[in-house]
Design a protein around this ligand. Structure first.
Ligand code: GLA
Length: 333
């Protein structure tokens, strides 16, 4: 491990190399993280449910510890995430007696949440996923049905960005989503971002989550998405990259190790994908994996609970896989 190229260093003229972390992985994967990554994102510890369990109670201990780890190892830190339909506690949507909060109350609470969280990490966290996953996957529906949308209306998105900008005018503000290379969804993301730009809303980037697999999205689809998003004049970051060895529909549970064929396909995918990212180094400013070593990935529980997955370039023992070497080789071409 000590004699191999450092991933962040190999890519230092292209973009940052990040990893999502939690309180366990900054200990168990400390060496791996400190050696190969120059940016981190809190996997869960800065989400609404983690930092703001009740109206007058904030819990920043975990987030603070992750930030301290980043500083100690001279890493950047991305913030994730402020407004989302998921992992958000119900209290924010409820009034005094359990009835639904009014638009005004919810907006005031949103502002207070964003002020407090972004304000706390002002000057330390350089970029925030301000709004996460508000575009609907179904083709005939525009925005995802959520309590934010139901109570406030479409402009909850715009307000979130404005509040974040007020809380830290120097932070880069991102819209983040998955299935971002699917042409229909991509065009909806573009429509959303354009409408924000037309109204002068401070938005600086689009986050492509990048929860991909061995068969999709195709390089052509990724390229087209990058081109179209970049044409909006924003920077792009890949925020949650992992390449599952199983297609989404594949529910097999018979494997205790990845097959040689899977590993070879995955290595080629990583190579092609990073070659493409390198071509767009002027617009892509960071590529963050949603984890680091394969001893821990959220994909071990999704979409099949308890099924091991092997989506990264470092294995369960934190050793470099063939995928790692393809990333290193392709950077030397
Ligand atoms: C989404 C969210 C992430 C994470 C993943 C699954 O992509 O943005 O925070 O919850 O789902 O782990």
């Amino acid at each position: 491990m000590n004699n191999i190229p450092k991933l962040w260093e190999v890519y230092k003229d292209y973009f940052d190399i990040g990893a999502a972390v939690n309180l366990e992985t900054i200990k168990g994967s400390k060496e791996l993280l400190a050696t190969h990554f120059n940016s981190i994102t809190a996997e869960n510890d800065m989400k609404f449910v983690s930092v703001h369990p009740a109206e007058n109670s904030y819990t920043f201990e975990a987030g603070d510890e992750l930030l301290a780890f980043a500083k100690q190892h001279s890493m950047k830190m991305r913030g994730h995430t402020l407004v989302w339909h998921n992992q958000t506690t119900d209290w924010i949507f409820e009034g005094e007696n359990g009835e639904t909060a009014s638009r005004e109350l919810l907006l005031a609470r949103m502002k207070s949440h964003i002020d407090t969280v972004v304000g706390r990490y002002k000057g330390s966290i350089y970029a925030w996923d301000v709004v996460n996953e508000v575009i609907e996957d179904k083709s005939d529906v525009w925005l995802r049905d959520s309590r934010w949308l139901q109570i406030i209306g479409e402009d909850f998105i715009e307000h979130a960005f404005r509040y974040a900008h007020e809380a830290d005018p120097d932070a880069l503000l991102f819209y983040n989503d998955y299935n971002e290379c699917n042409p229909e969804k991509r065009d909806k993301v573009i429509k959303l971002v354009k409408s924000l730009q037309d109204r002068g809303v401070p938005i600086h980037g689009i986050g492509l989550q990048g929860h991909w697999n061995l068969s999709g999205p195709s390089i052509a689809e990724i390229r087209e998405a990058i081109e179209k998003y970049a044409a909006l004049g924003l920077q792009l970051q890949v925020t949650e990259l992992d390449i599952s060895v199983f297609d989404y529909e594949d529910r097999r549970t018979d494997l205790t190790a990845p097959t040689a064929e899977m590993l070879e396909k995955q290595a080629n995918r990583y190579k092609e994908i990073f070659e493409l990212f390198r071509e767009y180094k002027d617009v892509i400013t960071a590529v963050t994996f949603w984890g680091a070593g394969e001893d821990y990935t959220w994909l071990d529980d999704f979409p099949v609970k308890g099924r091991k997955n092997w989506p990264f370039v470092f294995d369960e023992k934190h050793e470099p896989k063939t995928s790692f070497w393809r990333l290193v080789d392709c950077s030397e071409n």
